[in-house]
Design a protein around this ligand. Sequence first.
Ligand SMILES: C[S@@+](CC[C@H](N)C(=O)[O-])C[C@H]1O[C@@H](n2cnc3c(N)ncnc32)[C@H](O)[C@@H]1O
Length: 258
Amino acid sequence: MKIHKHLSGIKEGWDLMSSNYQATSDISLKDIHYSPLSYGEKSAKLIGEVAGKKYLELGCGGAQNSIALAKLGAYVTAVDISSNQLSHAACTCERLDISVNLLQANIQNLNYFADDEFDGIISIFALEFIEDIDIFFSESNRILKKGGALIISTTHPLGAFEWDNESKNLLVTDYFNPPMEIWREQGQMNHGVTYFRTIEELFSRITNNGFVVTKLTEPKPLDPQNENLSPYKGNYWTEFRDRLNMVPFAVVIKAIKN
Ligand SMILES: C[S@@+](CC[C@H](N)C(=O)[O-])C[C@H]1O[C@@H](n2cnc3c(N)ncnc32)[C@H](O)[C@@H]1O
């Protein structure tokens, strides 16, 4: 099996960040989110009817999206590598008496699931932590039913670059080779990383692995007067509003298994 070089650093980093991330992002359980300060599924309408269907969330974190899907009547399995993120998810499920099948595993390879097992897959802000996304997409394709949708949101390639000191200009050095971000939480033994991919690379890797891309968006933040429609309720993201108004934070892609 192909090794994921930075997996232990990423897991350790998310275990350390989890409680602060969950407290400050305060992600809504009422709608499926795709990007900070932007509209969620109620406006985006990417998923459609889920009642009675089998859904999978990959890199679920606190499983807010899985919980929102379960509330709509889906049978949901949610996978994450971080035990602390999954503990947060488990506490929320218990508090709300919502049933989500939580699983601790690496989502780069999904060989623990059967062929054609799911009606739909959703993965929001997890792909950027996966080293080999060909395996991720081919495995997602294998476990989806024919005609099933994979919905991905991942960090925009322009997020790889630094802003100038006044946060006015983004210093794009080489768009075609976005740098990998290396991060280390306080007390962390191994460093974690974020991988950035150009839009062309994302598109090619998805379509080369048996999918047809039916929608691709770069969501803008909602106007401040409509901010209540954003599934992110915490103030962690609002300080980045000016930047997010200039450069998209996420690329959201809907792809259908051929
Ligand atoms: C930014 S959080 C997003 C969580 C959730 N999808 C959301 O939108 O709130 C990224 C999550 O991906 C998980 N993750 C990163 N790499 C992973 C891997 N290889 N396998 C499973 N989970 C992974 C992290 O533990 C973390 O919980």
